[in-house]
Design a protein around this ligand. Structure first.
Ligand code: SAH
Length: 401
């Protein structure tokens, strides 16, 4: 006999269940006919159609535009330790695509992409680093910690709940803290056999940008014995991959963060590359590119991996302008026939937008573009196909004539 569980009810306006039936996991506040009563932000709710049918189960936050995030569409599935363990197990199974001797740093839980909205967990060798972004996930925190440790057998779990976005959910921004076991300040990892030292406590986000792994690998074939410019280099991910391809490759890494540039230098040493054969610049990329242009410096390959220029729909047109300006500058320091890898990690900028930026930039400069390869985020960042916004990263390799 199955047990039917009930949570407080939220009712939808007519037809608003359709996107949920297609797998979308968000309900905006405007779609609610009747918000649930008497529940705390983050509390669990059953979502019903306008005709009173059960549609899905999720958690509610009256403070945010996204009023409900869906956790299950199975009326018999309670939101408990068993639920979390099943979702985590499924996520772990997908990551078996990685040979740990080659790559032991990957995203283990990718929020909506792994059916756990509001939760990010990255694995760095033996330790996990988690970010809880929503009030609903925050309420499940003790269960999540136990389930993660039990399902992964990790040595330690660090909570990086220091993102300012937590304010929007009515959550406190916390200092990094160990939730289980022990977590060192430096963890050595391998990615496609390249070595990196991650600082899970102080590095940006959880410490490393794992979503670019496949692009770093793809870059290798373009950079042998080339002059490479890596803009927004952070700790030198693309730079190390490039420098490892040949003694004759020369890499310039530019980032505004002094600590990131210092770590990039350390990553060269860690991989047996002499950093003195390369350039490391603490600078604003826009300023640097303008200066390079004035000085007529030329590169064979340019990588552009900026932070998200648009976080909201409203910021789109300003962001597109900034992407155009950046891409035009990059093209001007690229020799004819050079390779441009250009990326956007703004959820509201689609692949078509990015391709538009590249083609408009080239057109204004009267340069030709050959599109070579397009990418989204690497496989450990699965995209919920019903939610294009979960495919936030777009990356394009082009040859600029
Ligand atoms: N490509 C990197 C990740 C880049 S993250 C990797 O593969 O690991 C974006 C980086 O841009 C951050 O390191 C941040 O410090 C840097 N940044 C942000 N604004 C900048 C600016 N105006 N000029 C230079 N760097 C900037």
């Amino acid at each position: 006999m199955s047990l039917i569980i009930h949570y407080p009810t939220a009712s939808l306006k007519p037809h608003k269940e359709e996107s949920l039936l297609g797998g979308h996991l968000w309900i905006f506040s405007g779609a609610l006919q009747q918000p649930p009563h008497w529940i705390e932000p983050g509390g669990l709710v059953d979502v019903k159609s306008s005709t009173g049918q059960f549609v899905a189960r999720g958690y509610y936050n009256p403070r945010t535009d996204i009023a409900i995030r869906i956790l299950t569409r199975d009326i018999e599935e309670a939101i408990d330790t068993g639920f979390l363990r099943r979702r985590i197990r499924s996520a772990v199974e997908l990551r078996q695509v990685f040979d740990l001797n080659e790559t032991n740093a990957y995203r283990l839980i990718n929020s909506e992409g792994d059916g756990l909205p509001g939760l990010i967990v990255d694995r760095y060798a033996e330790v996990l680093v988690a970010q809880i972004h929503t009030a609903g996930m925050e309420r499940l925190r003790p269960l999540i910690i136990d389930a993660l440790m039990e399902e992964t057998g990790s040595r330690g779990l660090l909570l990086r709940n220091d993102s300012q976005s937590r304010h929007r959910e009515g959550l406190e921004v916390e200092e990094p803290q160990v939730a289980a076991g022990g977590v060192p300040t430096q963890v050595a990892v391998r990615e496609n056999e390249v070595l990196f030292l991650i600082d899970p406590w102080q590095g940006q986000k959880t410490g490393f940008f794992l979503d670019q792994r496949d692009k770093r690998q793809a870059l290798r074939k373009y950079v042998q014995a080339k002059r490479v410019l890596n803009c927004f280099s952070y700790t030198g991910g693309f730079s190390v991959y490039a420098a490892l391809t040949s003694d004759k490759t020369h890499v310039t890494s530019v980032d505004i963060s002094e600590s990131a540039i210092e770590e990039a230098r350390q990553h060269f040493i860690l991989n047996g590359i002499d950093p003195n054969q390369h350039r490391f610049l603490i600078a604003d990329v826009f300023d640097y590119l303008e200066q390079a242009l004035r000085e007529e410096v030329q590169f064979d390959v340019v990588v552009l991996d900026p932070p998200a220029f648009a976080k909201t729909q409203g910021a789109r047109s300003q962001a597109l302008k900034a992407y155009r300006r950046l891409n035009m500058l990059a093209m001007q320091v690229l020799r004819p026939g050079g390779i441009l890898l250009t990326c956007s990690c703004s959820g509201v900028i689609g692949m078509d937008d990015l391709l538009g930026v590249v083609s408009q930039s080239a057109q204004r400069l009267q340069r030709k573009v050959q599109l070579l390869e397009t990418f989204t985020q690497s496989v450990d960042h699965p995209i919920n196909i019903a939610m294009p916004e979960t495919g936030y990263l777009k990356a394009v390799f082009c040859r600029i004539g």
